[in-house]
Structure formats: C-alpha cells, structure tokens
Design a protein. Structure first.
Length: 377
C-alpha cells in the first residue's frame, strides 16, 4: 500500500491528535443518507423521533412572517423567547438559555465543563450524541449498564460517588427505551450524586411525560442543568431550538461560548408561537398517545413485545438477539420504512419506531410482517 507523502499529510498537522482520532461522522446515519444508499426515498419516516404531525399553524405563520425580516440577525440575547420560557416555568429569564437544539447545547456544555481526560458517566446505550460531544472535547466516557430496560439510577449514582466524574447524564423520559422515572426517583438520584458532579438531565420528551414523572420546574440545584426542546411534541425538529435551565450562575456560563446569532429570527418567532398555542400541544400529545397504542398493537399482533413508552416512539422487543433484530431492521428499511435500533447489547434486541399517521403505521405493519417472515426464515 502506498504511503502518503509529507506533502499529502500536511493539512493534518493543524489538527490535534484527539481530533484526528475521531471518526468524521455524525452519531446517526440520517434517513437522507440511507435513501441515497438505497437509491430511493422512504415511504414512511419513522426513525428519527420527529413529529410527523408538524408544528402548530401559528408556528408556521409566525416563521413565515419572520422570514421577511431574515436579512437582519435575530436577537442575540433571545430576550423575548427566554422570558416566555421562563414565565411558563415559573422562573426568571436569568434561569434560561436558548440554543440550536439540545445537541447544540450539549456541545456547549462539553466545551464549558470538560478538560481532556475528565470523566463522564452515562448509561451504556443511552443517547449517543451526548457521548459524541464528550469524546470531541477530550472527555473519557464511563458506562453503567441499563437494568430492566431502564437507566439504572442507583448504579449511576453509585458510580458517580465512586469515581467523582465531572458530569453524569440521565434522560427522563429515556431514549432509546421510552421508559421514565418518577420525580421522586429523579430527585433522590440527584441528591445521591456528589456535589462536585454536574447532573445533566435530558428532558427532551418532557411534553409527553406522564403525571408525576417530572420534578417541578423550580426544582433547581447548583449541580443540575435541565434540557428541553421544541423538536418533539412541538414538531420543530428541523428548526433547531431548545433550552437549558438551572441556577442563573450556571446558566450564565453558556453566554461565554454560545453562537449568539445561532438561533435565527424564524426559530425564535416559531418557538414563541409554539409556547402560546397550548391547545395545539395538547391535541398533538393526545394524537401521539393514540398512535403509540396503535403501534404497540401492531407489535403485539406480530408476536413481539412493545415496551411501555412516555415518548413519541415505541421500542419493540424482537425476542431474540441483536443479529436477529438487525435482520428485522434491514427488512423494514428495504420495504421503504425508515426505523432505527439501539446498537448496544442487550438493547440491540429492540427496534425503535416513531409514531406516525395511520397510513404510515399501516405501511410499517406490512413492512414488519414481511421483514419478520424473512428474518425467521
């Protein structure tokens, strides 16, 4: 094999060894990339936990109006949106910072908190984009296995007490299993974590959480940051807007590194309109719950086991190992229906399917039937 010359390798000298060692990929293979690989578009997009029901008509109208002013930068302090979020939470604007989706905020958090070699504790198989940012900033990931298809809060807290990490990550409700914990369990977990460890509480699915699952918004601690988004129930995944809230002094640190013009005028206007349309949000939450029941029924009819879910997706136990679940996944993809699966055992026995409209769920049911027959031989 021909070795590269010094001239060919020259651009790499500008990048750190850590950067060069990282894969040049995003944490997920997007449906668009899969469509290019398959050579055809998907008939149903049920793999990215987006809301196929879309945003409120008020959101679309507000963003359309804001688009005419997109020649100008958006408010770099996001004042109106921060104040509206804070009012809904019963907090002040100083408790809230807005960013380009939770993923963007996680990147800022890693930048703010991690020196190379710092340890971060998370669950093995939990949301991989968080891990992506930790690795990109030189952090060292330490994993605790799931227990009974839920993040093991007791084990996570025990591991945090043992190794005193810089961060510990928990999602409630959880992705990829859809499970949830009670507010009391979350509070007990945070109290069991050492004070020098920052609790990263991912509440992306907070709008879908059942009663009693979320601690009240005014539950704040010096070592706690809570992250929420407009991407899920509000149907604004493509807009990229989310927020973090916590003690003002902790939240203020994000202002030191964030892209101050990163949340566009349209995103700010759309998020404001979404907050104001509570009736639409309630309607969508009900539609998601109905579709979740239908999706669970499809799984049971196929002889599979749907896990209880407090999200806009259902994790379905295929009943065997990861190799079998991957055959099912590939079969469903081949039928033109985009879904995903966790990549870490034992969660890799699951496929994860986002809820959809009736016609999309019917497509999934047919695709699943054919994929299962092929996978079972």
């Amino acid at each position: 094999m021909r070795r590269r010359s010094a001239t060919e390798a020259w651009p790499l000298v500008f990048f750190t060894p850590r950067t060069q060692a990282l894969p040049a990929t995003v944490p997920f293979v997007g449906p668009e990339a899969l469509e290019r690989r398959l050579g055809r578009p998907f008939r149903a997009r049920l793999g990215a936990n987006e809301s196929v029901f879309g945003p409120s008509p008020r959101v679309l109208a507000a963003m359309a109006e804001a688009a005419s002013g997109s020649w100008a930068y958006g408010d770099p302090e996001q004042h109106g949106l921060r104040e509206a979020i804070a009012a809904q939470l019963g907090l002040t604007g100083a408790h809230v910072t807005v960013g380009e989706g939770i993923d963007g905020l996680f990147g800022l958090l890693a930048q703010l908190t991690l020196d190379p070699g710092d340890t971060v504790v998370t669950s093995l198989g939990a949301y991989p984009t968080f891990n992506y940012h930790v690795s990109g900033h030189g952090g060292r990931l330490d994993f605790v296995p799931y227990r009974d298809d839920r993040e093991d809060l007791e084990a996570l807290a025990a591991r945090a007490r043992e190794i005193r990490p810089k961060l510990v990550y928990v999602a409630n409700p959880d992705n990829p299993t859809g499970s949830w914990r009670t507010a009391d369990e979350i509070r007990a977990f945070a109290e069991a974590v050492p004070p020098e460890t920052l609790v990263v509480l991912d509440e992306a699915y907070s709008d879908l959480a059942p009663a009693g699952a979320l601690p009240p918004a005014n539950w704040l601690r010096p070592n706690l940051l809570r992250f929420r988004t407009f991407s899920k129930a509000h149907g604004m995944a493509g807009v990229r807007v989310a927020y973090v809230f916590g003690e003002p002094e902790a939240v203020r640190q994000f202002d030191k590194v964030r892209n101050h013009f990163g949340v566009s005028r349209m995103a700010q206007a759309g998020a404001l309109a979404a907050l104001a349309d509570e009736a639409y949000l309630a309607e969508i939450v009900a539609r998601i719950a109905r579709a979740r029941d239908i999706l669970s029924g499809i799984a049971r009819d196929a002889g599979l086991v749907p896990l209880p879910s407090a999200t806009n997706f259902v994790a379905i136990d295929c009943g065997r190992d990861g190799a079998f679940a991957r055959r099912v996944l590939e079969g469903v993809l081949a039928e033109g229906v985009f879904i995903r699966m966790p990549g870490i055992a034992p969660l890799d026995r699951l496929i994860r399917v986002t809820v959809g409209r009736d016609e999309e769920l019917n497509l999934f049911a047919d695709a699943l039937d054919r994929a299962l027959r092929a996978a079972r031989g």
